[in-house]
Design a protein around this ligand. Structure first.
Ligand SMILES: C[S@@+](CC[C@H](N)C(=O)[O-])C[C@H]1O[C@@H](n2cnc3c(N)ncnc32)[C@H](O)[C@@H]1O
Length: 230
């Protein structure tokens, strides 16, 4: 990864991810092909690197109407495992690339929730498991330029029930903060960016989603809750 920093200037000038320029293929493809790099990325994203994820992902509450959760680009499942551990009546589906979901088994076993989880190794640019009550996108959208971020949101909107919700955790910032911070590492690795709430609202609208609520949680995480446009 350190080599990619050498192309930072190109990344800033062109918006193209430097990792792809340096290594000849996208960061995510490289992770799938190299278990050693993937393992170090897992450690960066999941416990103990980031602590235990907060399972309180809803802004407007209403967990009693949530029976099914799909964590889209959910990595090796650390957030989904915590949600299922906290909510014994909920079932979950983890969607991520095949080599990543293949590493999730021990996370769900350790949390004692493996019996309530389905894992799906697929791209989130393909149709998602349909009709869940809740679709989660944690630390996913900031990895992608607008065209791809819109495609991911559209897949969530298409898959959700009319009463379903799409919840975005990380990657969107309140407008009143000092503006979307340049996430240099993500720009260098994958060409993505953080978005202000107004900018995100427009992107969501284009995906037939409307922002229903947004708040900064005690953990510092900024959460945006969306529903299908009525
Ligand atoms: C920054 S990580 C976030 C993981 C997890 N949501 C978390 O917060 O720990 C982004 C995730 O997107 C996944 N990903 C990248 N491209 C994908 C694709 N085309 N389809 C599905 N998942 C993808 C990666 O494998 C990775 O697990």
């Amino acid at each position: 990864m350190a080599y990619a920093w050498g192309s930072l200037l190109t990344a800033v000038r062109t918006g193209a991810p430097a990792y792809h320029t340096v290594f000849g293929r996208p960061f995510w493809e490289d992770l799938q092909a190299h278990p050693d790099i993937a393992a170090s990325f897992d450690a960066l994203m999941g416990p103990p690197g980031h602590g235990t994820p907060d399972p309180e992902v809803l802004v407007t509450g209403g967990w009693e109407s949530v029976r099914t959760v799909v964590d889209v680009g959910g990595g090796t499942g650390s957030l989904l495992a915590e949600i299922l551990r906290a909510r014994p009546a909920v079932r979950g589906t983890l969607v991520d690339l095949p080599a990543t979901v293949a590493r999730s088994g021990e996370v769900f076993e350790a949390a004692g929730v493996a019996g309530r989880v389905t894992t799906v190794g697929q791209s989130f640019f393909d149709p998602l498991p349909a009709s869940a009550d809740l679709y989660l996108l944690k630390s996913v959208l900031a990895d992608w330029p607008d065209r791809e971020a819109l495609a991911i949101l559209t897949r969530c909107a298409d898959a959700a029930r009319p009463s379903g919700r799409v919840v975005v955790l990380n990657g969107v910032s309140p407008d009143e903060s000092s503006g979307p911070s340049p996430e240099l590492l993500m720009m260098v690795l994958v060409g993505g960016k953080d978005r202000g709430l107004s900018e995100f609202r427009e992107l969501a609208r284009a995906a037939a989603l409307e922002v229903r609520a947004a708040e900064r949680q005690p953990s510092g995480r900024f959460v945006v809750e969306c529903g299908p446009t009525s």
